[in-house]
Design a protein around this ligand. Structure first.
Ligand code: FPP
Length: 258
Protein backbone atom coordinates (compact mmCIF):
# COMPACT_ATOMS: atom_id res chain seq x y z
CA UNK A 1 0.00 0.00 0.00
CA UNK A 2 2.79 2.48 0.90
CA UNK A 3 4.21 1.99 -2.61
CA UNK A 4 0.88 3.02 -4.10
CA UNK A 5 0.81 6.21 -2.02
CA UNK A 6 4.52 7.04 -2.32
CA UNK A 7 4.50 6.36 -6.08
CA UNK A 8 2.04 9.20 -6.62
CA UNK A 9 4.67 11.74 -5.49
CA UNK A 10 7.14 10.73 -8.22
CA UNK A 11 6.21 12.24 -11.56
CA UNK A 12 6.75 9.98 -14.55
CA UNK A 13 8.61 12.84 -16.26
CA UNK A 14 11.20 12.76 -13.46
CA UNK A 15 11.95 9.14 -14.32
CA UNK A 16 12.11 9.67 -18.09
CA UNK A 17 14.11 12.87 -18.34
CA UNK A 18 17.46 11.66 -16.91
CA UNK A 19 17.48 9.08 -19.73
CA UNK A 20 16.96 11.70 -22.43
CA UNK A 21 13.39 10.58 -23.03
CA UNK A 22 10.77 13.16 -23.88
CA UNK A 23 7.94 11.91 -21.72
CA UNK A 24 5.27 13.53 -23.88
CA UNK A 25 6.34 11.33 -26.82
CA UNK A 26 6.37 8.00 -25.00
CA UNK A 27 4.39 5.14 -26.57
CA UNK A 28 1.10 4.40 -24.84
CA UNK A 29 1.14 0.71 -25.65
CA UNK A 30 4.35 -1.34 -25.77
CA UNK A 31 4.25 -5.02 -26.73
CA UNK A 32 7.20 -7.36 -26.17
CA UNK A 33 8.11 -10.68 -27.77
CA UNK A 34 10.34 -12.07 -25.03
CA UNK A 35 12.44 -14.37 -27.20
CA UNK A 36 15.70 -16.18 -26.55
CA UNK A 37 15.31 -17.83 -23.13
CA UNK A 38 16.33 -21.18 -24.59
CA UNK A 39 19.29 -19.81 -26.54
CA UNK A 40 20.52 -17.91 -23.49
CA UNK A 41 20.43 -21.08 -21.42
CA UNK A 42 22.09 -23.20 -24.11
CA UNK A 43 24.93 -20.70 -24.47
CA UNK A 44 25.57 -21.05 -20.75
CA UNK A 45 25.33 -24.84 -20.83
CA UNK A 46 22.10 -24.74 -18.81
CA UNK A 47 18.68 -26.33 -19.26
CA UNK A 48 16.10 -24.35 -21.27
CA UNK A 49 13.94 -24.23 -18.14
CA UNK A 50 16.66 -22.21 -16.40
CA UNK A 51 16.37 -19.73 -19.26
CA UNK A 52 12.63 -19.38 -18.69
CA UNK A 53 13.20 -18.76 -14.98
CA UNK A 54 15.73 -16.08 -15.82
CA UNK A 55 13.13 -14.66 -18.21
CA UNK A 56 10.73 -14.15 -15.30
CA UNK A 57 13.37 -12.06 -13.49
CA UNK A 58 13.87 -9.91 -16.58
CA UNK A 59 10.13 -9.41 -16.94
CA UNK A 60 9.73 -8.29 -13.32
CA UNK A 61 12.24 -5.46 -13.87
CA UNK A 62 10.73 -4.35 -17.16
CA UNK A 63 7.24 -4.22 -15.70
CA UNK A 64 8.51 -2.07 -12.82
CA UNK A 65 10.26 0.27 -15.23
CA UNK A 66 7.16 0.54 -17.42
CA UNK A 67 5.10 1.49 -14.36
CA UNK A 68 7.61 4.04 -13.14
CA UNK A 69 8.04 5.76 -16.47
CA UNK A 70 4.31 5.95 -17.11
CA UNK A 71 3.67 3.45 -19.91
CA UNK A 72 -0.08 2.99 -20.16
CA UNK A 73 -0.11 -0.61 -21.48
CA UNK A 74 2.62 -3.27 -21.49
CA UNK A 75 1.69 -6.49 -23.29
CA UNK A 76 4.00 -9.50 -23.22
CA UNK A 77 3.89 -12.69 -25.26
CA UNK A 78 4.25 -15.49 -22.72
CA UNK A 79 2.88 -18.53 -24.58
CA UNK A 80 1.47 -18.80 -28.09
CA UNK A 81 -1.20 -21.12 -29.45
CA UNK A 82 1.70 -22.71 -31.39
CA UNK A 83 3.88 -23.24 -28.30
CA UNK A 84 1.87 -26.39 -27.43
CA UNK A 85 4.05 -28.09 -30.08
CA UNK A 86 7.03 -27.95 -27.71
CA UNK A 87 8.05 -31.06 -25.76
CA UNK A 88 5.41 -31.66 -23.08
CA UNK A 89 8.02 -31.37 -20.30
CA UNK A 90 8.72 -27.78 -21.39
CA UNK A 91 5.02 -26.96 -21.73
CA UNK A 92 4.33 -28.36 -18.25
CA UNK A 93 7.25 -26.41 -16.87
CA UNK A 94 6.00 -23.15 -18.39
CA UNK A 95 2.50 -23.66 -17.01
CA UNK A 96 4.01 -24.33 -13.58
CA UNK A 97 6.20 -21.23 -13.95
CA UNK A 98 3.22 -18.98 -14.78
CA UNK A 99 1.40 -20.41 -11.79
CA UNK A 100 4.40 -19.77 -9.48
CA UNK A 101 4.76 -16.30 -10.93
CA UNK A 102 1.20 -15.46 -9.94
CA UNK A 103 1.72 -16.96 -6.47
CA UNK A 104 4.81 -14.83 -5.89
CA UNK A 105 4.01 -11.66 -7.77
CA UNK A 106 0.26 -11.04 -7.55
CA UNK A 107 0.45 -9.16 -4.25
CA UNK A 108 3.62 -7.26 -5.30
CA UNK A 109 2.00 -6.18 -8.57
CA UNK A 110 -1.10 -5.11 -6.68
CA UNK A 111 1.04 -3.05 -4.27
CA UNK A 112 2.67 -1.45 -7.31
CA UNK A 113 -0.79 -0.40 -8.57
CA UNK A 114 -0.52 -2.69 -11.66
CA UNK A 115 -3.71 -3.79 -13.45
CA UNK A 116 -3.16 -7.25 -14.87
CA UNK A 117 -5.17 -8.75 -17.72
CA UNK A 118 -4.75 -11.95 -19.70
CA UNK A 119 -5.20 -12.30 -23.46
CA UNK A 120 -5.81 -15.52 -25.37
CA UNK A 121 -7.67 -18.76 -24.76
CA UNK A 122 -7.18 -18.49 -21.03
CA UNK A 123 -10.04 -20.86 -20.16
CA UNK A 124 -8.15 -23.74 -21.82
CA UNK A 125 -5.16 -23.47 -19.47
CA UNK A 126 -4.77 -25.87 -16.52
CA UNK A 127 -7.63 -25.15 -14.11
CA UNK A 128 -5.35 -24.19 -11.18
CA UNK A 129 -3.77 -21.54 -13.36
CA UNK A 130 -7.15 -20.29 -14.59
CA UNK A 131 -8.23 -19.72 -10.97
CA UNK A 132 -5.06 -17.75 -10.22
CA UNK A 133 -5.51 -15.68 -13.38
CA UNK A 134 -9.07 -14.76 -12.42
CA UNK A 135 -8.06 -13.97 -8.84
CA UNK A 136 -5.23 -11.67 -10.00
CA UNK A 137 -7.41 -9.89 -12.57
CA UNK A 138 -10.15 -9.30 -10.01
CA UNK A 139 -7.76 -8.16 -7.28
CA UNK A 140 -6.14 -5.53 -9.49
CA UNK A 141 -9.16 -4.43 -11.51
CA UNK A 142 -9.52 -1.05 -9.78
CA UNK A 143 -5.82 -0.16 -9.82
CA UNK A 144 -4.76 2.86 -11.81
CA UNK A 145 -1.15 2.10 -12.80
CA UNK A 146 0.31 0.34 -15.82
CA UNK A 147 -2.06 -2.06 -17.56
CA UNK A 148 -0.07 -5.29 -17.81
CA UNK A 149 -1.42 -7.72 -20.40
CA UNK A 150 -0.07 -11.24 -20.52
CA UNK A 151 -0.76 -13.15 -23.73
CA UNK A 152 -0.97 -16.85 -22.80
CA UNK A 153 -2.34 -19.49 -25.17
CA UNK A 154 -2.60 -16.54 -27.52
CA UNK A 155 -2.41 -16.37 -31.31
CA UNK A 156 -3.25 -13.31 -33.38
CA UNK A 157 -5.02 -15.31 -36.10
CA UNK A 158 -6.93 -17.30 -33.50
CA UNK A 159 -8.00 -14.05 -31.78
CA UNK A 160 -9.25 -12.61 -35.07
CA UNK A 161 -11.16 -15.83 -35.84
CA UNK A 162 -12.83 -15.68 -32.43
CA UNK A 163 -13.78 -12.05 -33.08
CA UNK A 164 -15.27 -13.08 -36.47
CA UNK A 165 -17.30 -15.74 -34.68
CA UNK A 166 -18.72 -13.16 -32.24
CA UNK A 167 -19.66 -10.83 -35.11
CA UNK A 168 -21.07 -13.68 -37.23
CA UNK A 169 -23.31 -14.74 -34.32
CA UNK A 170 -24.65 -11.17 -34.12
CA UNK A 171 -25.37 -11.21 -37.86
CA UNK A 172 -27.08 -14.59 -37.52
CA UNK A 173 -29.28 -13.17 -34.73
CA UNK A 174 -30.09 -10.13 -36.92
CA UNK A 175 -28.35 -7.82 -34.42
CA UNK A 176 -25.78 -6.65 -36.96
CA UNK A 177 -25.61 -6.04 -40.70
CA UNK A 178 -22.42 -7.13 -42.51
CA UNK A 179 -22.11 -3.64 -44.00
CA UNK A 180 -21.99 -2.18 -40.48
CA UNK A 181 -18.76 -3.97 -39.57
CA UNK A 182 -16.10 -1.31 -38.98
CA UNK A 183 -12.52 -1.45 -37.69
CA UNK A 184 -13.80 -0.19 -34.31
CA UNK A 185 -16.33 -3.00 -34.14
CA UNK A 186 -13.64 -5.58 -34.90
CA UNK A 187 -11.34 -4.02 -32.26
CA UNK A 188 -14.14 -4.26 -29.71
CA UNK A 189 -14.53 -7.99 -30.41
CA UNK A 190 -10.83 -8.75 -29.78
CA UNK A 191 -9.23 -9.80 -26.49
CA UNK A 192 -7.64 -6.34 -26.36
CA UNK A 193 -10.98 -4.47 -26.40
CA UNK A 194 -10.68 -1.12 -24.65
CA UNK A 195 -6.90 -0.93 -25.07
CA UNK A 196 -5.15 1.53 -27.39
CA UNK A 197 -3.44 0.14 -30.51
CA UNK A 198 0.16 -1.01 -30.09
CA UNK A 199 2.67 1.81 -30.66
CA UNK A 200 5.90 -0.11 -30.22
CA UNK A 201 6.83 -3.78 -30.55
CA UNK A 202 10.12 -4.93 -29.03
CA UNK A 203 11.52 -8.32 -30.00
CA UNK A 204 14.62 -9.70 -28.35
CA UNK A 205 17.13 -12.27 -29.50
CA UNK A 206 17.74 -11.33 -33.12
CA UNK A 207 14.79 -12.77 -35.04
CA UNK A 208 12.79 -10.22 -36.98
CA UNK A 209 9.30 -11.58 -37.30
CA UNK A 210 5.85 -11.05 -35.81
CA UNK A 211 5.14 -14.69 -34.85
CA UNK A 212 1.34 -14.31 -34.81
CA UNK A 213 1.42 -11.62 -32.11
CA UNK A 214 -1.23 -8.87 -32.02
CA UNK A 215 -1.68 -8.92 -35.80
CA UNK A 216 -4.60 -6.49 -35.85
CA UNK A 217 -3.34 -4.19 -33.09
CA UNK A 218 0.11 -3.61 -34.62
CA UNK A 219 -1.18 -2.19 -37.93
CA UNK A 220 0.85 1.01 -37.47
CA UNK A 221 3.24 -0.07 -34.73
CA UNK A 222 6.93 0.77 -34.77
CA UNK A 223 9.33 -2.16 -34.36
CA UNK A 224 12.53 -2.33 -32.32
CA UNK A 225 14.76 -5.39 -32.48
CA UNK A 226 17.78 -6.36 -30.43
CA UNK A 227 20.16 -9.32 -30.50
CA UNK A 228 20.06 -9.46 -26.70
CA UNK A 229 18.35 -12.59 -25.38
CA UNK A 230 15.35 -11.94 -23.14
CA UNK A 231 17.02 -12.99 -19.84
CA UNK A 232 19.67 -10.31 -20.44
CA UNK A 233 17.21 -7.62 -21.47
CA UNK A 234 17.50 -4.92 -18.80
CA UNK A 235 15.65 -1.68 -18.04
CA UNK A 236 18.53 0.07 -19.86
CA UNK A 237 17.65 -1.80 -23.08
CA UNK A 238 13.99 -0.96 -22.52
CA UNK A 239 14.77 2.73 -22.05
CA UNK A 240 16.94 2.68 -25.19
CA UNK A 241 13.99 1.29 -27.16
CA UNK A 242 11.69 3.95 -25.73
CA UNK A 243 14.22 6.70 -26.50
CA UNK A 244 14.50 5.49 -30.13
CA UNK A 245 10.74 5.41 -30.42
CA UNK A 246 10.35 9.00 -29.20
CA UNK A 247 12.60 10.11 -32.09
CA UNK A 248 10.66 8.35 -34.83
CA UNK A 249 8.21 10.10 -37.08
CA UNK A 250 4.87 8.31 -37.37
CA UNK A 251 2.72 9.20 -40.32
CA UNK A 252 -0.04 6.57 -40.18
CA UNK A 253 -0.21 6.51 -43.96
CA UNK A 254 -0.30 10.31 -44.20
CA UNK A 255 2.47 12.71 -45.09
CA UNK A 256 4.83 14.72 -42.92
CA UNK A 257 3.28 17.91 -41.56
CA UNK A 258 5.26 21.07 -42.34
C1 FPP B 1 10.71 -17.48 -25.68
O1 FPP B 1 11.97 -18.06 -25.53
C2 FPP B 1 10.00 -17.50 -24.44
C3 FPP B 1 8.86 -18.20 -24.18
C4 FPP B 1 8.16 -19.07 -25.13
C5 FPP B 1 8.27 -18.18 -22.87
C6 FPP B 1 8.18 -16.80 -22.31
C7 FPP B 1 8.11 -16.89 -20.89
C8 FPP B 1 8.82 -16.15 -20.05
C9 FPP B 1 9.73 -15.07 -20.40
C10 FPP B 1 8.62 -16.38 -18.64
C11 FPP B 1 7.96 -15.23 -17.98
C12 FPP B 1 6.58 -15.02 -18.32
C13 FPP B 1 5.61 -14.85 -17.41
C14 FPP B 1 4.33 -14.30 -17.83
C15 FPP B 1 5.78 -15.20 -16.02
P1 FPP B 1 12.28 -19.39 -26.34
O2 FPP B 1 12.06 -20.54 -25.44
O3 FPP B 1 11.48 -19.41 -27.59
O4 FPP B 1 13.79 -19.19 -26.62
P2 FPP B 1 14.59 -19.73 -27.89
O5 FPP B 1 13.97 -19.08 -29.10
O6 FPP B 1 15.98 -19.28 -27.63
O7 FPP B 1 14.43 -21.23 -27.90
Amino acid sequence: MWKKIFGRFIRHEQVAEPFGINHARLPRHVAIIMDGNGRWAKRKGLLRTVGHRAGVDALREILRTAGRIGIDVLTVYAFSTENWKRPHEEVDFLMQLFSEYLDKETQNMHDDNVRIRFLGRVGELPSVLVQKVHYAEKLMQNNTGVRFCVAVNYGGQDEICRAFQVLAEKIKDSKLLPADITPDLVSDALDTHGLPPVDLVIRTSGDMRVSNFLLWQTAYAEFWFTDTNWPEFTPQHFLAALRDYTKRERRFGGIKEK
